[in-house]
Design a protein around this ligand. Structure first.
Ligand code: ZN
Length: 263
């Protein structure tokens, strides 16, 4: 059974501030990388216990150099580095995968109780809609998995991210809540060790519920909308394929969910 795990940093246990996720030269960021590897390794242990025999983990946050190679659990393989979406030759690993996991995710931009909430850019306040439904990164990555017929079986993150994921992906989904936000950079956290116990158990349980999860799909072509809160930021945006609608907004049409990152 092949499982593909996509990771982000904002929803990892112990991560609470933008300094931990944005400032690569800071000691706070270095400790966040360590926390990330702790969550990844606990999840991998749970997946192995649940019967997964081919686990691929994608380093998804920011520029894609967050993993610490010497801390990688030997039971998985790891995608890391600069060549990321759009897929350039590596999508074959998604074809034939049985399940997808979103580890360390966060709620979409504008979610009041979402810790480190944003959609794509944490600085610019971008917001995205597909077929008129506002979508965060959980929906975006679930859509790409859905294109390959892969159901998302587990999402981890804060309370708001887990709530967003369940509303989108249904009751078959397993969620692992590792913290609860009471402000953008403030919340009630589990100790990473306690979060790791939940992740191990959640991963094991989620594999047993794979048949209850459906790939997330939207009617094609997908009508995409991207809105910036600021006209000057919208002015600087160079769309790969979009039409400007007004001072703040771009629209695009996608024949395949795989293409939504061309926005
Ligand atoms: Zn991130």
């Amino acid at each position: 059974m092949r499982v593909i795990v996509e990771t982000d940093l904002e929803g990892i246990s112990g991560v609470v501030s933008w300094e931990q996720t944005r400032e690569m030269s800071s000691a706070m960021y270095q400790s966040a990388r360590d926390l990330l590897m702790g969550d990844v390794n606990a999840l991998v242990e749970g997946l192995i216990a649940g019967g997964a025999d081919d686990i691929i983990v994608l380093d998804g946050h920011g520029g894609g150099f967050n993993f610490i190679p010497e801390r990688m659990h030997p039971g998985a393989r790891y995608f890391t580095g600069r060549n990321r979406r759009p897929f350039l030759g590596w999508e074959e690993l998604y074809q034939g995968a049985d399940a997808g996991i979103l580890l360390g995710y966060h709620a979409m931009a504008g979610t009041p109780d979402g810790m480190l909430r944003h959609t794509q850019s944490s600085m610019q306040g971008n917001r995205y809609w597909y077929n008129e439904c506002e979508s965060g990164e959980i929906a975006q990555d679930a859509l790409v998995f859905g294109h390959y017929d892969i159901p998302v079986i587990l999402v981890s993150g804060d309370h708001a991210a887990c709530r967003e994921a369940r509303a989108l992906l249904g009751d078959g989904l397993t969620t692992v809540e590792v913290k609860r936000g009471y402000g953008e950079e403030f919340g009630l956290l589990l100790a990473p060790e306690a979060a790791h116990d939940r992740l191990r158990e959640g991963a094991r349980q989620a594999l047993g519920r794979t048949s209850q999860c459906r790939p997330y799909r939207l009617e094609l072509p997908i009508r995409g909308r991207l809105r910036f809160p600021d006209k000057s930021v919208a002015d600087r945006f160079v769309p790969a394929r979009a039409t400007r609608v007004d001072d703040y907004t771009y629209d695009a049409s996608f024949d395949s969910a795989r293409d939504i990152y061309f926005f």
